[in-house]
Design a protein. Structure first.
Length: 368
């Protein structure tokens, strides 16, 4: 993988090691598939760790079940009024114009559709949060373009308001907040797997009870004590960043993307393991997708096929969620055994990284 910022950029300074891991077996309401996934990272233990989870997915009957439950991109704008009463009346007037606002949205893009509108009034300030469908794009620019047109229309048609900002932080973009998990931003995907008792013992070297106990104590109680915001997981960000870099995504979106919940249950010795990712912001088209290595990776993932609008991005989202589950499962299993985590890091991180290439990990390693 090589990213070049300009003619004076040194290739060595712009290269991130990338390997294909898997394949992962996935089923669900978006796709049923078995595919390898690309991970671009300097943290070399991540490849065998995700590989171990991928191997588990291939050994179970249904593999990883990935369910997409919602999708939308948001942009909030700010307008100002004389006082709270005027701001509230303006909010009512805006909601009454939803039909015309949908028309204005469609004029801004072939793919943008206005799904919903929410508001908050704080003193004389009126925050408007527009929610859009954006096809196969992650939708940042599409949503902002539509919001710009909507804001101009409202300033011209709603009395008593003036311009505040085209971006009002109630979206919320690339910040750790609660609103995205509550109202939705990006793709909301739940990945889950049921691992038989014998496989937990033989492949993960632990028990369902031990992983469930660790998840409660570490991910739930530990995160609560740390003051986490709608998030209780071990390391979603690791897998997401590696996947985002390999597929041309805006990497800063791991801030909200890594806000998610790992839920584990001991079901009579079998292990139920799920990762809920409510803020996955991914796209199969748009900025960053024109690079040769990104285009090749997306094609290999089956995310540039001739499908109905939005389906390629949905496939990409469930592949990302399944990848997160593989790495999360492997890490938590490792952390139930004293010394295993550090042993894996020492083994892999003290070996110099090879130059980026087509190598892959087949998931047979027992490293975390």
């Amino acid at each position: 993988m090589t990213v070049t910022a300009g003619p004076d950029t040194a290739l060595d300074a712009a290269a991130v090691p990338l390997r294909w891991v898997g394949p992962l077996r996935i089923s669900g309401n978006v796709t049923t598939t078995e595919t390898e996934v690309p991970l671009a990272t300097y943290e070399s233990p991540l490849w065998p760790s995700v590989g171990r989870g991928a191997k588990i997915s291939r050994l179970t009957e249904d593999g990883i079940r990935a369910t997409l439950v919602d999708e939308r991109m948001t942009r909030s704008v700010l307008v100002e009024a004389a006082d709270a009463g005027a701001a509230y009346e303006a909010a009512r007037a805006v909601h009454a114009r939803m039909d015309e606002l949908r028309v204005v949205t469609r004029r801004s893009s072939r793919f943008a559709e206005l799904l919903a509108l929410r508001h908050e009034v704080t003193g004389p300030l009126l925050f408007l949060r527009f929610e859009f469908s954006t096809g196969d794009a992650s939708g940042h620019n599409m949503a902002t373009l539509a919001a710009d047109a909507l804001l101009a229309h409202l300033l011209a048609t709603v009395p008593g308001i003036s311009y505040g900002s085209i971006s009002a932080n109630y979206c919320t973009d690339k910040k750790a907040t609660a609103v995205n998990g509550i109202l939705g931003r990006g793709k909301n995907v739940i990945a889950e797997i049921l691992v038989p008792r014998q496989m937990v013992a033989e492949r993960l070297h632990t028990t369902a009870a031990a992983i469930a106990r660790l998840n409660t104590h570490k991910n739930l109680v530990g995160t609560l004590l740390a003051g986490g915001i709608r998030s209780a997981n071990a390391h979603f960000a690791n897998m997401l960043l590696a996947f985002y870099l390999a597929t041309g995504q805006d990497a800063a979106n791991i801030v909200e993307g890594s806000q998610g919940i790992t839920l584990v249950e001991d079901r009579d010795g079998d292990l139920y393991f799920s990762c809920t990712l409510p803020n996955l912001i991914v796209g199969s088209v748009g900025n960053g997708k024109g690079l040769d290595f990104v285009d090749a990776n997306l094609r290999r993932l089956g995310c540039q096929e001739d499908r109905p609008v939005g389906d390629n991005a949905r496939r990409l989202a469930v592949l990302a969620a399944a990848t997160v589950l593989c790495g999360e499962l492997s890490l938590l299993a490792a952390q139930t055994n004293p010394g295993e985590l550090m042993k894996a890091h020492t083994r892999f991180e003290r070996t110099p990284l090879e130059r980026p290439g087509p190598e892959r990990h087949n998931g047979d390693s027992d490293a975390h």
